[in-house]
Design a protein around this ligand. Structure first.
Ligand SMILES: N[C@@H](CCC(=O)N[C@@H](CS)C(=O)NCC(=O)O)C(=O)O
Length: 208
């Protein structure tokens, strides 16, 4: 059984979606990051940067932090969405999500949505970067059905919950034809619908 120590954020949703996709038994242990529970020594022993998500695999008492590393682990363990012969391609898009798409869109959330008016420079900078990310993903998805190639993979699972924040990005997802095609296709997957609803409060995936 996989215990997911998490919160209802894009990085948190990656792991519940993955567990639904691979059909592993899992339980969610909520870490309230708005009440600083991520700084509890017990949690920090598993996640040294004090960030969700983390997991404990109770089958073998292994714990892991960093959502990308967790997706790789679950992909390897289940044999799903991370095939050996496609790993170098998947890793590029997964690392791109971890180092660029997530952190940059996260900054855009902070400046544009949560703290508007505090820094004109920050708002403009991250709006421009976020728009470029949409354009770059759209260009990729014009050539390729999924991010790493013809097959749905952990790179798509990592990226999807970030694009699902498109309403607060305010960029106009509907104008990015291929990104919309990809988004709609993934939105329909039963496991994604279930995993997205991390807190089991009937949370719906935002439509385009
Ligand atoms: N690179 C990390 C980022 C994790 C991350 O930023 N988690 C946020 C929530 S999405 C968090 O725990 N924030 C609490 C804090 O910064 O104190 C991953 O993908 O796992």
């Amino acid at each position: 059984m996989i215990e997911i120590l998490t919160a209802n954020t894009p990085n948190g949703k990656k792991i519940t979606i993955m567990c639904e996709e691979i059909g592993f038994e899992y339980k969610v242990t909520k870490i309230n990051i708005y009440k600083d529970e991520q700084f509890n020594p017990k949690f920090r022993a598993i996640s040294p940067f004090s960030k969700i998500p983390a997991i404990i695999d109770h089958d073998n008492n292994t714990s892991l932090f960093e959502s990308g590393a967790i997706l790789m682990y679950l992909g390897e363990k289940s044999g799903k969405f991370y095939p050996k012969d496609e790993r170098h391609k998947i890793n590029q898009w997964l690392m791109g999500q971890m180092s660029h798409v997530g952190p940059m869109l996260g900054q855009h959330h902070q400046f544009h949505h949560y703290n508007p008016g505090k820094s004109d420079w920050g708002e403009k900078r991250y709006f421009k970067i976020a728009k470029t990310i949409y354009k770059d993903l759209d260009e990729r998805l014009e050539k390729s059905k999924f991010l790493a190639g013809p097959n749905y993979s952990i790179a798509d699972i990592a990226t999807f919950p970030w694009i699902a924040r498109h309403e607060i990005h305010d960029i106009g997802l509907k104008d990015f034809k291929y990104l919309v095609r990809w988004y709609k296709e993934i939105s329909k997957r039963e496991a994604v619908i279930k995993g997205f609803n991390l807190l089991k409060r009937e949370e719906k995936i935002p439509e385009v």
